[in-house]
Design a protein around this ligand. Structure first.
Ligand code: HEM
Length: 427
């Protein structure tokens, strides 16, 4: 080969470098046609969790309120800030509190990091709960989404437990006594209560063993369980035919998921691509497109990006103005009066003050059993995909009564209980 030819091919390699690198990673140019939009969703690792097209109902902010997305984005923030906190934290009763002081006083942005972690954790508990309420109140737990609802109930329990195990780590008075109260509620379980408590604490009281166990659960076991369950949760959304939608908006035909039948509208003037080049199995024929669907790229992607930016901004602003609490170091001789559980368990603590067994175990156990069983007993397919559908008046009333009772108990426990759990006025 002559020197001239070698030089020429070297130059063209340099000239084409950006586009070659781009196509080696993304396979497609930035999509501008429907075919490219479809292909981009299919060939990108991060995007192929989405279907190529979604029903417009999926993108209606008023339908999902983005609550499932906010939940997962809060979890991402928790992972990022949690890993950074792990560089400084030591799960030892003699060092943990000092490390909190270091974060506050000497580590650059340490306090900000801790604030972000703390507020995202509280936010996640609240948002996952609200997401469950939206799924219930739109009847989205019904066939074929029963199993995904059950996965969701497990996700809620894991989220609560993850926040609870993190609560102990600062090793201050608030942490120590909240966990002492929380684990003694677990001790009320009949027959195996004290064994559960012992396994959790590794001892009979909260101390070094408990701190280590809570740490391992918090940073390794529970996040792994949560991520695995989230993977199944998202996979099931795809397999169940996308998000629920009102009956009239269903997708009929060979490409539809289990949950719907497609209404076909012929629009010969429109050019429509079948996806047989990408999908094996049933496909949408040219000219027979399901109504009311849009391409995930860029519609769904932009909506997700918007929710992400909103979630991160909210956490940044809150963390800028409000500091995570840090009380005195642990003093086992001086319990605060009253010692209160974390806020999301204060409803339980309030009920425990009436009856240890019913408040701590009986009623919460029945509530979880109700949540798991409800999609298998409520088989009426009516009213799915609409908020507060008339046909679901009874189911929604029972569910909302449970939610409102729980919230009332949490408010009483938080604001209206003083020394020795007597009634006090917050005003
Ligand atoms: C870590 C916790 C959770 C995450 C990250 C999560 C994430 C999501 C996302 C992103 C969606 C789709 C968009 C949306 O509906 O907002 C979704 C849908 C769904 N989630 Fe969750 N979720 C969680 C917990 C739960 C809980 C606690 C339940 C119920 C007990 C639940 C049940 C469902 C169901 C049934 C759907 C399908 C809804 C439909 O088709 O309309 N999820 N979830």
């Amino acid at each position: 080969m002559s020197t001239q030819t070698t030089e020429k091919s070297a130059w063209s390699a340099i000239r084409e470098l950006p586009s070659n690198v781009w196509s080696s990673v993304f396979r497609n140019p930035v999509p501008s046609t429907d075919l490219e939009r479809a292909s981009t969703s299919f060939t990108n690792f991060f995007l192929h969790i989405h279907p190529v097209k979604v029903h417009k109902n999926t993108l209606r902010p008023i339908y999902t309120m983005g609550l499932g997305l906010i939940s997962i984005f809060l979890f991402f923030i928790l992972m990022a800030t949690g890993i950074l906190l792990m560089f400084y934290y030591v799960p030892s009763t003699t060092q943990a509190y000092d490390r909190m002081l270091d974060l506050r006083g000497t580590v650059a942005f340490g306090i900000f990091l801790r604030n972000m972690h703390r507020w995202s954790a509280h936010g996640m508990v609240a948002v996952v709960f609200l997401h469950m309420c939206r799924v219930f109140l739109t009847g989205a737990y019904k066939k074929p989404r029963e199993f995904n609802w059950v996965i969701g109930v497990l996700l809620l329990l894991v989220t609560l437990f993850m926040s609870f195990t993190g609560y102990l780590l600062p090793w201050d008075q608030l942490a120590f006594w909240a966990i002492t109260v929380g684990t003694s509620i677990a001790g009320y379980a009949p027959l195996i209560g004290s064994q559960i408590k012992f396994v959790l604490l590794g001892d009979t009281t909260v101390g070094q063993e408990a701190l280590l166990r809570f740490y391992v659960l918090h940073v390794a076991v529970l996040p792994t369980v949560l991520l695995t369950l989230v993977g199944v949760h998202f996979w099931r959304i795809r397999k169940d035919g996308g998000l629920s939608r009102p009956e009239g908006a269903r997708v009929q035909g060979p490409g539809a998921g289990e949950s719907g039948v497609v209404k076909l509208r012929l629009e010969p003037q429109k050019r429509v691509f079948g996806l047989q080049g990408f999908v094996r199995g049933p496909f949408t024929k040219v000219g027979n497109t399901p109504d009311d669907t849009v391409f995930s790229w860029p519609n769904l992607l932009m909506a997700e990006l918007f929710v992400f930016v909103l979630t991160v901004s909210a956490i940044l602003v809150i963390s800028l103005f409000f500091n995570a609490p840090l009380e005195e170091p642990v003093n086992v001789m001086h319990p605060p009066n009253p010692a209160k559980a974390p806020w999301y368990f204060l409803g339980l603590q309030e009920m425990v003050s009436y009856s240890a067994f019913w408040g701590g175990i009986g009623i919460p156990g029945l509530m979880v059993a109700f949540l798991i069983a409800v999609p298998y007993f409520d088989r009426n397919p009516k009213g799915v995909g609409r908020w507060f559908a008339k046909e679901r008046l009874m189911a929604n009333t029972i569910f909302l009564s449970m939610v409102i009772l729980n919230v009332i108990f949490i408010i009483i426990g938080t604001f209206f209980r003083g020394p020795n759990w007597t009634f006090v006025s917050p005003f």
